[in-house]
Design a protein around this ligand. Structure first.
Ligand code: ZN
Ligand code: ZN
Length: 504
């Protein structure tokens, strides 16, 4: 009898233990975190996830970004065609050589007729396991840049559910960088804002990128002055940079670059159509992720060039879906998000020279993305120009939205109170100054905007040398040659000089 009772007691205990333990993980999840800071999901840029061919097999190979040995292999394969071109001036043979070598490297990246990946090409997605979150602890979301942004948005939603459960929060914030902003916009269209606290758009092509539009419409053009400016702006801002800058300007004065560009022009005249037909269209022409970068001004024309009759209606429909329902409705999507209580910070760079080989080389940019597309709705002058002396702010809303340098009128922005501009900011290269502003925004309670903190008004100067963002009106450029720069230059000079003497 006693044995029976003990047995029954034990079996009831076991059953209770099982029932309780089955609830335990749920109980732990729903206990929640009361830190008051929504975990931040960093929706990263193009190239954020490595792409593999035959992942997990003995033949696994990284195909993006290509490994150094493969890139060197490509260079090796180009040497012979270049040498041959120098002798026989046969551009068609040269074009075929380039197309073939590049296809060997990037061919597996090509999508099928519907814009889907070859099933053998994948990422290796992982989910985070560390529940630590805060202004300095982002959750990194990487993805295959080629995919339809709506497909990636679905993965992002699954990632958000995981982060919520891991951290015990009911909402997350986004920090999107570059192409990541396109994923966030697709997410807004598909899933709305109920699980979102705040969004940072850092240098995001919300309305596209001029380079993509130009390349998709064959607007290729080489410009000498743009090439020189482009080269100068990436130099280090120190004594070595100053010497290199003098070197670049000297070479320019000697006509070296115009000679190189003359050769480039000849290549374009002779080979452009061939490179599009044999390389660009077959490999890159059906990637919905790249199509999302094409601005509206180029979109329909790009379709006539890149999508021939072999492209399926499914592909055209999915490209149109992003273009017309996300990019084309960005104004409504952003305003709806703001009005539903989501904090928004859009940051765009300007005053940099963009890539010197496309027709839009004079657009204001952060060297990669156009200011007009990163700060949707903005009115801004072309590079090295201003809006003019008599310019009057387009929309008078009771605030000043004109930059002190006369380049930008933010009053026409889709979100004029939530769009910031950083002069001389290089594309998606944040430093301590940006991180300080982001932390302030992410930890703020209410609707943080360009009027909220005097340290971070609408117009900022990116002082990358000193790793700070400062109000544009307070910035005094440090053009004076500092004595330590002179010493550094002399030191470098003598060290090099000594090496040359020792070598003799
Ligand atoms: Zn928390
Ligand atoms: Zn205003």
């Amino acid at each position: 009898m006693i044995v029976m009772k003990i047995k029954r007691f034990l079996s009831v205990l076991l059953a209770l233990t099982l029932i309780v333990s089955s609830f335990l993980p749920t109980a732990a999840k729903s206990s929640g975190c009361d830190c008051g800071f929504s975990p931040v999901v960093y929706v990263a840029a193009l190239g954020s996830a490595t792409l593999y061919l035959d992942a997990g097999t003995a033949d696994e190979k990284i195909i993006f970004r290509p490994e150094q040995a493969d890139t060197l292999g490509l260079v090796g394969k180009l040497i012979l065609p270049i040498a041959r071109l120098a002798v026989d001036k046969n551009y068609t043979a040269f074009g075929t050589g380039i197309a073939k070598a590049t296809t060997d490297l990037f061919g597996p990246l090509a999508m099928d007729e519907n814009g889907n990946s070859n099933p053998r090409v994948t990422t290796k997605p992982t989910l985070p396991s560390d529940p630590t979150h805060g202004p300095n602890h982002d959750y990194y979301f990487g993805y295959d840049f080629r995919l339809d942004p709506f497909v990636v948005a679905q993965d992002l939603d699954a990632y958000i559910q995981h982060v919520k459960s891991l951290t015990g929060h009911s909402k997350v914030s986004f920090r999107a960088s570059s192409l990541g902003g396109i994923i966030v916009m697709a997410y807004l269209e598909k899933y709305g804002t109920t699980e979102l606290d705040k969004i940072i758009f850092q240098c995001c092509p919300i309305l596209g990128v001029g380079v993509a539009g130009d390349l998709f419409t064959k607007q290729v053009e080489l410009n000498n002055d743009a090439l020189v400016r482009y080269g100068m702006q990436v130099l280090p801002r120190d004594a070595v940079g100053s010497v290199l800058s003098i070197l670049i300007q000297s070479l320019d004065a000697l006509g070296v670059f115009s000679a190189v560009l003359g050769f480039g022009d000849k290549l374009i005249d002779n080979m452009l159509d061939q490179l599009y037909d044999e390389l660009l269209i077959p490999i890159f022409g059906r990637m919905p992720g790249l199509w999302a970068l094409v601005p509206d001004v180029s979109y329909e024309q790009a379709k006539t060039i890149f999508l021939d009759s072999s492209a399926s209606q499914t592909l055209v429909n999915r490209l149109d879906d992003y273009h017309y329902n996300v990019q084309g409705k960005a104004d409504r999507l952003l305003n709806d998000a703001l009005n539903s209580g989501v904090g928004i910070m859009i940051l765009a760079g300007y005053n940099m020279q963009r890539e010197p080989f496309v027709a839009s080389y004079l657009n204001q940019s952060d060297a990669v993305d156009d200011t007009i597309y990163n700060a949707p709705g903005v009115t801004c002058a072309l590079l090295n120009e201003t809006l003019g002396d008599g310019y009057v702010q387009a929309v008078n809303d009771g605030h000043n939205h004109l930059s002190a340098d006369g380049i930008i009128d933010a009053s026409t922005c889709y979100l004029p109170e939530n769009t910031w501009f950083a002069k001389d900011m290089l594309h998606s290269t944040p430093h301590e100054g940006h991180r300080e502003m982001y932390a302030l925004f992410l930890t703020s309670g209410g609707n943080f905007n360009v009027h909220s903190d005097a340290r971070f008004p609408q117009f900022l100067q990116d002082d990358a040398t000193n790793k700070r963002l400062i109000p544009l009106v307070d910035y005094v450029p440090d053009d004076a040659l500092r004595i330590e720069d002179v010493f550094q230059f002399m030191l470098t000079f003598f060290q090099e000089f000594k090496l040359i003497l020792l070598a003799k």
